[in-house]
Design a protein around this ligand. Sequence first.
Ligand code: ZN
Length: 453
Amino acid sequence: MNNGIQDRRSFASSLRYGADYMERCRKALDDAVLSTRGYESWRALDPGPACDVFLRLAALPALTKADLREHGPEGFVQRGRDVATGLAAREIELVQTSGSTGDRVTNVWYQPWWDASEEASWRLNAHASAAAVGEHSEAILTSPWCTGFPCEDDYLAMHQRTMGRFLYLSERSDPSTWSVELMDRMAAELNAFKPVVIEANPSFLAKLSRHIVACRLRVPSPELIILTYENPSILHRRQIERAFDSPIASSYGSTEAGYVFMECEAGRMHQVTESCHVDFLPFAVGHGGPDVGRILVTTFNNPWRSLVRFDVGDVVRLNASAACPCGRDEGLILASIEGRTIALTLTPEGSAVTQSAVDRALSGVDGLIEYQLVQSGPAACHLFLAAEDAVRRSVEGSTREALRGIYGESAAISTELVEAIAPEPPGKYKLAKAMELVDCDSLLDGRYAPREL
Ligand SMILES: [Zn+2]
């Protein structure tokens, strides 16, 4: 048997979906693979429309950013559409993303699709459903290079950072250099603007939150805080909770794939089944499998960009019991996003360690403010850490102990106290990284691994 149907499994086959979900998957697959140029080389691997759609997907490769670059925006536009015409009619725009790995991709940006995907994600969280009615005021605290008005050498007045119902709280992209005056200004603007929702990089809002608590400033708590752009550290989240009484929800997606998962009020991540399909590829036992693995995203209803099995470059962990206390039961339900594949590290024995595993271990260290773990060699890790003044030395020892619990006694673990951790361009914190990237394909349970062309 070599057509790929019987030698690959689909995790999706074990999940529950709504009535028309399979049809959305089938349409997305047919629209892409049967009619767009970017998937021409995949057609020989596709078992065809008569086959179960999940098994068809499982028989295909993964779509990479390199594929998006190779075929360009035109390669993923559905039949009957033309990028130049869409641009001229202002129906679409072209936006560049600089991914975390530094690889730039030109994306076709189709606002109605993005908005529909965002709205679908809100329905997966009761607080978001109640607060985000589309007209709400929103304060945004992210890197201004990702969204907003960047200005690194001067300051902008509040009206220069306001656009309709959105207030961009910072024009500066590096929180480690924010001045006391800048953070005082942010707190004052929250009092004046009284946002219904705050949307923020967790690391950015954590920095402001530490300032609010330390200086005993008073700020209003919005109806909801949405964390985006970064996988939130437990430490950052805890610091935000000290400054705000609001419910917090983490939203997960990407410029390419739209909104993919939303945290419900019970703290699990639910797949946005209205706008995408997610294939879960478990790691082998010994690397965290079968509950930990990678994800590939197939998008629905975007005539300007058909993505099938797009490798978003993240690792996730399944919810241990299939049910979530919130009652939502469709699609993939996660206990957590475990971090970027490029943030994977290895024990001296070669077992994979996710960024969130590191985070969970370090979250128990009292007095630790923030950190960055760097795997500097096959059995060596270096931890940069910022700690509360009174306990700086004991925190160093406690972090080493916590990391030994993950990497084992034979790992060489060193620590270095720093004043603050700076984000990397364009403004995202890296909680963990390896000097030599882990070969992610080698971690997979082979029965679920993507086909190769
Ligand atoms: Zn839930």
